[in-house]
Design a protein around this ligand. Structure first.
Ligand code: SF4
Length: 558
């Protein structure tokens, strides 16, 4: 048992629903108790789809458990096939149905339905939503392409066969799905980008594809694995079984988009366009087409340099964000983590490059604590981190699922490609206090309106924490998260100890020490407080006055 208040991912059958609902002509029969239809709302409200997901639930009730639930499954499958006439059928079970072991897939297998059927075995107690989506997509593609599998020993097709066939090269875009982050616009952006390079898109899947489209997957010269969380297993299988090469660079950010295009050209044996050539480590001409490099170089962005950023997201978006933050925006990444256990190795490697240890967890309280301890000035995360950052009074931008309805915007807002980089620049910088205001508040601290921590461009007042004389130190913040944790499972000892430590530290500060601390801009004050207290403890100081604060400052800036 694990006490859980918020969860980053739903159960795996929600992942299967994402595949079915992203596609056309696929129907999903889900053996599930009455009430599981809640998942429909993810699609009708968050994704704002104008029709119900193509899912038929058996919706068994307590009284059904005394009878023949297997018969209910058979009836439901028959009715769904008759009514919806799908081109392919998925059959699976939710968590509760897994316990009663009716094996709906096996039942469907014995029914002679006349359509391709995939029996989904999704272990709800050990796997989660993204795994469920990847497994469903993989099993569906595998089932449909069974008849096309090349005989063992067949030579791999050449990725440059397009040349012999006198046509443009073509690739599949695999992985975009509903409830993925900005998939709708990423597909448009990447399709346009490929078109500019003379590359066609054969199949986009699962988003918008029909089973008949999946049958065309092997006709492409390469597979672009746009979202490894969903398409990783299927791309590897296609590579093993059909010899189709996979482009694995994910084009989020300027450098990553350029790398993606270079990898794609190499895989397809296409000449690299001159504008993608790099000269002496300078960005290529293509990389300058996005406004991000110039915007981040322009003098207004100078104050962004070295801002401490904490990143927590799905693996794909976390890794991409870390690269953009550290190499393209000049931020200092002070925390990097992900809830995607399947891609933990990649996240660890990206963190190691930045001299960090990756945080791999699906416990948002652990993330919130790490966020506070890192004394971050900006948080890039999921919907959960938005809540945590709000509690800690930190600016935050959402970069990954799980998402809320405002992250499915009406306007064009990709994350991928050159335009995606423009969108990223705007959305990450927006929550920060603007340079002039930051400077002025640092100089004049007694304004009645532009108070400490105020971000007037957001139209709100000061963050809650800034109305006090100092922003919460990491210790205070972690005490907050401990408090949240213990609210659910009271452990009075822990919270009392945290408060005692905080009080002991606070009593060290003299009035002039506090006054000097209050002069530090609010977004770095927590860090300065923490450093000074550590310095005082180390030296055995009995008081922290202004002098001790400046000694600590000199010590840490050495
Ligand atoms: S079966 Fe699973 S998804 Fe459905 S209500 Fe129970 S725990 Fe939730």
């Amino acid at each position: 048992m694990e006490l859980t208040l918020w969860t980053y991912e739903g159960p795996p059958h929600v992942g299967a629903m994402r595949i079915a609902t992203s596609m056309e002509g696929v129907h999903y029969v889900l053996h599930a108790p009455q009430g599981d239809t809640y998942a429909d709302l993810l699609f009708t409200m968050i994704e704002r789809r104008g029709r119900r997901p193509p899912v038929t639930y058996t919706t068994f009730q307590a009284r059904d458990l005394g009878g023949d639930t297997a018969d209910l499954v058979i009836r439901t499958i028959r009715q769904a096939v008759d009514r919806f006439q799908p081109e392919a059928l998925l059959v699976g079970e939710s968590c509760t149905a897994e316990l009663i072991q009716d094996q709906p897939g096996a039942l469907a297998g014995g029914m002679d339905l006349g359509v391709p059927m995939v029996n989904l075995e999704l272990p709800a107690y050990s796997k989660k939503e993204n795994w469920g989506a990847a497994e469903t997509f993989y099993q569906l593609v595998r089932t449909l392409l069974k008849a096309q599998l090349p005989a063992p020993g067949t030579p791999k097709p050449s990725p440059s066969r397009w040349r012999e066939e006198g046509r443009r090269p073509r690739v599949n875009l695999l992985g975009p799905s509903l409830l993925g982050f900005r998939c709708r616009d990423d597909v448009l952006e990447i399709t346009r980008l490929l078109g500019e390079h003379g590359i066609d898109v054969a199949v986009v899947a699962p988003l918008g594809a029909r089973p008949a489209d999946l049958l065309r997957i092997p006709t492409a010269d390469a597979n672009v694995c746009l979202y490894p969380e969903v398409a990783g297993p299927v791309c590897s299988w296609l590579e093993r079984s059909f010899g189709t090469p996979v482009v694995r660079s994910v084009p989020i950010g300027i450098g990553a988009t350029a790398d993606f295009l270079r990898e794609l050209h190499a895989v397809l044996d296409l000449a690299l366009p001159a504008d993608l050539e790099t000269v002496e480590g300078q960005p290529s001409e293509a990389e300058r087409r996005s406004r991000l490099p110039w915007y981040s170089k322009s003098v207004d962005s100078t104050y962004l340099t070295g801002k401490r950023v904490f990143i927590f997201a799905d693996a794909t978006h976390a890794i991409a964000a870390a690269r953009i933050a550290s190499r393209e925006l000049g931020f200092q990444v002070v925390g990097l983590g992900s809830y995607s256990r399947e891609q933990a190795r990649e996240v660890r490697a990206a963190a190691a490059e930045l001299g960090l240890e990756a945080l791999i967890t699906d416990d948002y309280l652990v993330v919130e604590k790490a966020m506070a301890e890192a004394a971050a000035e900006l948080v890039l995360g999921t919907q959960m981190e938005r809540h945590s950052a709000k509690r800690l009074g930190l600016p935050c931008a959402v970069i990954s699922a799980p998402l809320h309805v405002q992250d499915v915007p009406a306007r064009y807002s990709p994350q991928m490609g050159w335009e995606g980089a423009n969108v990223i620049f705007d959305s990450w910088v927006h929550p920060l206090m603007m340079g002039l205001e930051e400077h002025l508040i640092g100089m004049f601290r007694h304004d009645f309106e532009f108070v400490d921590g105020h971000r007037s461009h957001l139209g709100d007042g000061a963050p809650a924490s800034a109305s006090a004389s100092t922003a919460p130190s990491p210790e205070e913040a972690s005490a907050t998260s401990t408090a949240v944790a213990t609210a659910a499972a009271p452990a009075a000892g822990t919270i009392t100890a945290a408060v005692a430590v905080r009080e002991a530290l606070e009593s060290l500060w003299t009035a002039d020490g506090e006054a000097e601390l209050a002069k530090i801009p609010f977004f770095v004050r927590g860090k300065v407080r923490k450093n000074t207290e550590a310095f005082a403890r180390e030296r055995g100081l009995e008081r922290i006055d202004a002098e001790a604060l400046y000694d600590a400052k000199a010590h840490f800036s050495r």
